[in-house]
Design a protein around this ligand. Structure first.
Ligand SMILES: Nc1ncnc2c1ncn2[C@@H]1O[C@H](COP(=O)(O)OP(=O)(O)O)[C@@H](O)[C@H]1O
Ligand SMILES: [Mg+2]
Length: 247
């Protein structure tokens, strides 16, 4: 079957540094795929290439078999790629609900069923449901800029989901969250419908093993290994490479 996403030979150079050096990655429909590796391995750069914000210097990115290598972030988002950044990115002067409504609007009504005001009301209903799902129902009317870090993170996930992604790119979503918030995040990701595949960059291996069915290890811009969590856990060189860069 055609994978949901395939990256082939992806290369990104910053001057003489190869941040990515011929990376291959395959994500199947509905898969929970972890991307791990030491700091500077190229994880965030790879998410940028997959989301369209960083141009690939070489190689190709295919989404459901279609070449999207030259498409920017907005076009990728329309094709179903949602992204959570390492630092939460939301509109700080809009309320939490308004942030989600803006993202939900294009999907709020089916073609041919438009009526005045209906689209906005449908988007508002979708936003309320999503904010409740990520655990922020009581903060709908608070400007996003006044939310705490963990709450902004949850809001960013709601915003990404409002765009109806087929693939959600998550860059260290647990970073800076309290223990309770991490628990809620894990539960939330576990309950995500399988219509959404997830690529999760995460340092905490306990979260990776709890959530993911495939793991890819990056190091120095190259794929060191890819396999099931059990295979990766058993792989000596992988353990060693990972332990060198992560504490
Ligand atoms: N905009 C940039 N300009 C120059 N070097 C960069 C830039 N972004 C990332 N790098 C370098 O590319 C490498 C990979 O970075 P990154 O993808 O952020 O790694 P990771 O997310 O795995 O920690 C690092 O050596 C980093 O310093
Ligand atoms: Mg990073």
């Amino acid at each position: 079957m055609t994978p949901l996403l395939a990256a082939r030979g992806v290369t990104v150079r910053y001057g003489s540094l190869a941040a990515l050096d011929g990376v291959d990655l395959r994500i199947d429909h509905g898969q929970r795929h972890a991307l791990i590796g030491p700091n500077g391995a190229g994880k965030t750069t790879l998410l940028g290439v997959l989301g369209g914000s960083i141009p690939a210097g070489g190689g190709r990115v295919l989404l459901a078999g279609r070449d999207v290598t030259r498409l920017g972030p907005a076009a990728r988002a329309r094709r179903g790629v949602g992204r959570i950044h390492q630092r939460p990115a939301v509109w700080s002067t809009l309320t939490a609900a308004e942030n989600v409504v803006v993202a939900a609007l294009p999907h709020a009504v089916r073609p041919g069923r438009w009526r005045p005001g209906g689209k906005r009301r449908a988007a508002e209903r979708a936003a309320a449901t999503l904010l409740a799902r990520v655990g922020l129902p009581e903060l709908a009317d608070v400007p996003a800029g006044r939310l705490a870090h963990g709450q902004r993170r949850q809001l960013e996930i709601a915003v990404a989901l409002a765009g109806r992604p087929r693939l959600l790119l998550l860059d260290e979503p647990a970073a800076g969250l309290s223990a309770v918030e991490v628990e809620r995040l894990v539960e939330f990701l576990r309950e995500l419908p399988r219509a959404v595949a997830v690529l999760l960059v995460e340092h905490r291996l306990d979260l990776v093993y709890a959530l993911c069915d495939a793991v890819t290890v990056l190091r120095d811009g190259r794929t060191l290994a890819t396999g099931t969590p059990a295979e990766i856990r058993a792989s000596g060189p992988v353990r060693q490479a990972y332990a060198e860069g992560v504490t």
